[in-house]
Write a protein that binds this ligand. Structure first.
Ligand code: SF4
Length: 337
């Protein structure tokens, strides 16, 4: 087990080569017009995911994926999904979930209702003392809506809630620092979002933004079929929201969120797929979160370019789908000659 009280952002500042976003994305901006930001181009100015505001070993790779509009799922990612599903299935036995018929076609409001009902099931399980997985979380960070799923909310020795993430690995060793840092950064964001959900006034601000982003009217009535599937308990999203708020309030009153955050690394393939490699434990650090948030939002606001791999990790470029077209990789290789 590792316990690191404070992480550093030095790793992501190394190798930073600033270029203008306009030179990559918008070669001929209209005179006088502001170039579009990645937030408006790729996220419709609506919301970001937790992974969007966490660091990566290569930010540029994600940027190229965004521009191309398709993300290639690697064999390692697919194997990781299998590990996650197995863990989720194990945790699900404590959940009292609403089962909806597969044939039911859901409106946007009903899709959101499903998310909230899943959250309600998890909050009830948490109040009954169980660990839960795949906890939907959302909140505002610098007025930007961020959403994501917390891998696991477990219990510490003092009964506090501990946020954990699971990362799967083909190799039976811990990943390099850039990837460990990325996982730590995700946990910082999850911690921030969870606390904001448990805070009434912050929740009151983020919920309307969530509805706006998903184009949902909380007062629009559900279809008859959906109401029947919910055993006539709720007829609109606003009623489910009230129950959700009640439970979040109860959890905030009864349980503390630990400052300890942790990442479990597990094997993704082979006979011991799912086996624990190691757990890295950290302490939440508000200053590190603020630095991360600023650094990440600078990219999304178009104030800086995406950053490629650190030269020390350039071996990753060999398997990258953008190898032939990547300017960063070509510049790095030329510098090595
Ligand atoms: S080739 Fe290397 S630097 Fe370029 S996007 Fe791929 S991983 Fe990043």
């Amino acid at each position: 087990m590792r316990l690191t009280s404070k992480s550093t952002l030095d790793g992501i500042k190394t190798g930073y080569l600033p270029r203008k976003l306009t030179s990559i994305d918008n070669p001929e901006p209209l005179v006088g017009a502001r170039p579009p930001t990645p937030l408006s181009l790729y996220r419709n100015n609506k919301k970001l995911n937790v992974t969007d505001i966490s660091t990566k070993y290569c930010e540029l790779l994600d940027f190229y994926d965004l521009r191309s509009g398709k993300k290639v799922e690697t064999a390692a990612m697919a194997a990781g999904t299998v590990v996650h599903l197995a863990l989720e299935k194990e945790a699900e036995k404590h959940l009292v979930k609403v089962t909806l018929p597969d044939t039911l076609k859901l409106s946007r409001e009903e899709e959101m209702a499903k998310k909230f009902l899943d959250l309600i099931a998890r909050l009830n399980a948490m109040l009954a003392g169980h660990a839960v997985r795949e906890f939907y979380t959302f909140g505002l960070v610098d007025d930007c809506l961020i959403t994501g799923y917390i891998d696991e909310l477990g219990r510490g020795p003092d009964n506090s809630l501990i946020i954990s993430d699971t990362k799967s690995r083909v190799k039976g060793t811990l990943p390099p620092v850039s990837q460990r840092l990325s996982a730590y950064h995700q946990l910082l964001v999850y911690h921030k979002l969870l606390l904001s959900m448990l805070h009434d006034s912050e929740l009151a601000q983020s919920l309307p933004r969530l509805y706006e982003a998903f184009e949902v009217d909380p007062n629009r009535p559900f279809s008859n079929e959906f109401v029947i599937a919910l055993e006539n308990k709720y007829s609109s999203l606003s009623l489910i929201e009230s129950r959700l708020r009640e439970l979040l309030h109860k959890v905030a009153f009864k349980l503390n969120v630990s400052d300890e955050i942790q990442v479990s690394y597990r094997r993704s393939t082979g006979t011991n797929a799912g086996a624990l490699i190691d757990t890295c434990r950290y302490i939440y650090d508000e200053q590190a979160f603020q630095e991360l948030k600023e650094f990440s939002l600078q990219f999304w606001r178009g104030e800086r370019d995406a950053i490629g791999v650190d030269p020390a990790e350039r071996n990753k470029c060999r398997t990258c789908q953008w190898f032939d077209r990547c300017e960063w990789r070509a510049t790095m290789d030329a510098a090595m000659l």
